[in-house]
Design a protein. Structure first.
Length: 319
């Protein structure tokens, strides 16, 4: 069993690490969207962490709804619906014991009431590219359990597919990729996280891009991610140059090509990875997160890897 206090910290860290890395096409400290910057994601991380840490007691549906409601209080638009949806059942399973052992019972136990609450959360978050569907549309009453509704959507949404299939992208691809890219000796994990993002996108077309721009554009994004990796990113100049071109292409067309679902999967992979390797947080060098020092202090050497997460979030000092 993972105590709620530790879950709260790991949830916050997973979200903060995800936005801290300069992933192509996404918001990060050096790149914003018209309506969002990276501090909106920082505030959102702190807003959802205590809510999702209590998912085992609240229930998945209630935790998702309440986390989205908490986000709406601190961010101008949707920053984390996919992350919330992915982390809620993972947190519930981790609170019970071994993540893999307890995840399937959590998913199998999801109810129609959970579905109704998640539908409410989706309507509140107002995600981009949602559209309408003939069966299981979020504007209507869900006709089945939350997992059944996710099974209906699995062919068009990778988050839904995780619910339907037992989180294979997170657990069977994301975590092993992080294990390979983030050894205990690594002081700065940002490149490892960017690599995870590229690897996931190279393997599975981003379903947010597909909903907004169509499957052909989503496949082109996947092909471009493969090319970045094939050219030897990050070691080779050609790979780094191609990554810059890829980033520019993703950000063109008003950010409609934002690979947001892949970023959500990065966050869920980080959470599952840190459950097994909490020492990676403690190994971060002092000052790595200086811009968040008043908000999220790095534990000193020899201290617990689970410092308390403060309830609020202030913008970093400009000094």
């Amino acid at each position: 069993m993972t105590p709620a206090s530790q879950l709260r910290t790991l949830i916050a860290w997973a979200c903060l690490l995800e936005v801290r890395a300069a992933k192509p096409g996404n918001v990060h400290p050096d790149a914003r969207f018209d309506d969002l910057d990276w501090l909106d994601f920082v505030r959102s991380a702190h807003a959802i962490a205590p809510v999702l840490a209590a998912t085992a007691d609240r229930g998945v549906g209630a935790a998702v709804r309440d986390a989205v409601a908490a986000t709406r209080q601190v961010a101008p638009s949707n920053t984390n619906l996919g992350i919330v949806l992915l982390l809620a059942p993972l947190a519930a399973a981790a609170a019970r014991g071994n993540l893999r052992e307890h995840l399937e019972p959590v998913l199998a136990g999801l109810s129609q009431h959970d579905a109704s609450l998640v539908y409410e959360a989706i309507r509140l978050a107002q995600p981009g590219g949602l559209g309408t569907v003939p069966e299981g549309d979020v504007a209507a009453v869900p006709p089945g359990t939350l997992r059944e509704m996710m099974q209906l959507a699995a062919h068009r949404d990778s988050v839904a597919a995780e619910y339907a299939e037992g989180f294979p992208l997170t657990l069977d691809q994301g975590v092993p990729l992080l294990e390979a890219r983030w050894p205990a000796s690594l002081g700065d994990p940002r490149e490892a996280i960017i690599g995870l993002h590229l690897e996931l996108l190279a393997r599975v077309p981003d379903t947010l891009i597909a909903r907004k721009c169509g499957p052909a554009v989503a496949q082109e994004a996947t092909n471009r991610a493969r090319e970045v990796l094939a050219l030897g990113w990050p070691a080779s100049p050609a790979g780094r140059a191609e990554c810059h071109r890829f980033d520019a292409w993703l950000r063109a067309d008003g950010h409609r090509r934002n690979p947001g679902t892949t970023a959500d999967l990065v966050a869920s992979s980080l959470f599952a990875f840190l459950l097994s390797y909490p020492d990676r947080i403690e190994a971060l060098p002092p000052g790595w997160f200086d811009e968040l020092a008043p908000t999220f202090p790095i534990p000193a050497r020899g201290q617990s890897a689970f410092p308390p997460v403060p309830p609020g979030c202030r913008e970093p000092s400009s000094n």
